[in-house]
Design a protein around this ligand. Structure first.
Ligand SMILES: [Zn+2]
Length: 298
């Protein structure tokens, strides 16, 4: 039995996976930012999953954690995880000391890619595109994650496509993340509020022109990401997840329409059949937690 945890800016979701890969325990709790809050939350989650699965906490085989930020997997270090209030934290060793179970940490998007492929039963090459606060992709090839030489494979949100575009927090101009992400909606659309994924579609229906512009940017940026993934990795499936997937059918309909418009203009793009490869992660899928559990052994 293995534990997987997805530590995000607002909530921590965790599951226990049995040896067949089925979910045997599940818990969700609010994130307490900062090093102490994260460690204590993680420890209490292990205790809760032990209770749910009728065992001692130290009887779990492994704990895998998916967390945003710069991850050093070999050292179990998390750096610059701004969303959860961590500057630098040896998360793996600190939690391991407390619970007596081997702990690994992984990039949250890579973890979600592994989990999505597992839970959706996808084989071959899979790209996972996370439309969250930020914009990034993760890759799974025949069940194994592709992390790259520096654990930065898939950071396509910082692919700068428009030299006249908006200033990105990374210092470049016109990154894809400046148009296709939750942070972009908040920065550039005054009516976004805390949860633009919930406010955008109603605002468009009410005739808010800025909301329409923000939506159009989001659609074009996301479709560009799908095309970029198609032309580089050529995956069989491109799964779209992240908080903004809650924009639902209007967003997914517009993305596939944009891809089809580009295909109509170019026989080369048309033969890629990109819109047919896009799938949406289920609204309540614990993909990142499941992937974090599996990442401990992959
Ligand atoms: Zn950038």
């Amino acid at each position: 039995m293995r534990i997987g945890m997805d530590i995000g800016g607002t909530k921590v979701e965790a599951i226990a996976l049995d040896d067949s890969g089925a979910i045997a325990g599940h818990t969700r709790t609010a994130t307490v930012p900062g090093a102490d809050g994260i460690i204590e939350t993680a420890e209490s989650i292990v205790a809760e999953l032990a209770r749910q699965t009728h065992r001692d906490p130290h009887d779990f085989a492994s704990i895998g954690i998916g967390i945003p930020g710069q991850i050093d997997r070999a050292q179990g270090l998390v750096r610059h995880a701004v969303n959860v209030g961590i500057e630098s934290l040896p998360l793996a060793s600190l939690l391991q000391e407390r619970v007596g179970v081997p702990v690994t940490v992984d990039n949250d998007v890579t973890a979600a890619a592994i989990g999505a492929a597992h839970l959706m039963g996808l084989t071959g090459s899979v790209a996972y595109l996370n439309l969250g606060t930020g914009l990034a992709a993760g890759f799974v090839l025949d069940g194994r994650p592709l992390r790259g030489e520096h654990d930065t494979a898939g950071e396509i949100g910082h692919f700068a496509v428009d030299p006249l575009g908006r200033l990105c927090l990374c210092g470049q101009l016109g990154c894809l993340e400046t148009v296709a992400s939750g942070s972009a909606l908040k920065r550039f659309w005054a009516g976004a509020g805390e949860h633009p994924g919930r406010t955008l579609i109603p605002a468009i229906a009410a005739g808010d022109a800025d909301a329409q512009q923000a939506f159009d940017n989001l659609v074009r940026g996301t479709a560009t990401c799908v095309q970029l993934l198609g032309l580089t990795l050529d995956p069989g499936t491109i799964v779209i997840g992240g908080g903004l997937r809650l924009l639902g059918d209007p967003l997914f309909g517009a993305i596939t329409h944009q891809l089809d418009v580009w295909a109509d203009r170019s026989p080369f793009i048309a033969q890629l059949q990109l819109s047919a490869r896009v799938q949406r992660l289920d609204d309540d899928s614990p993909a990142a937690a499941a992937g974090a559990a599996l990442a401990a052994i992959r």
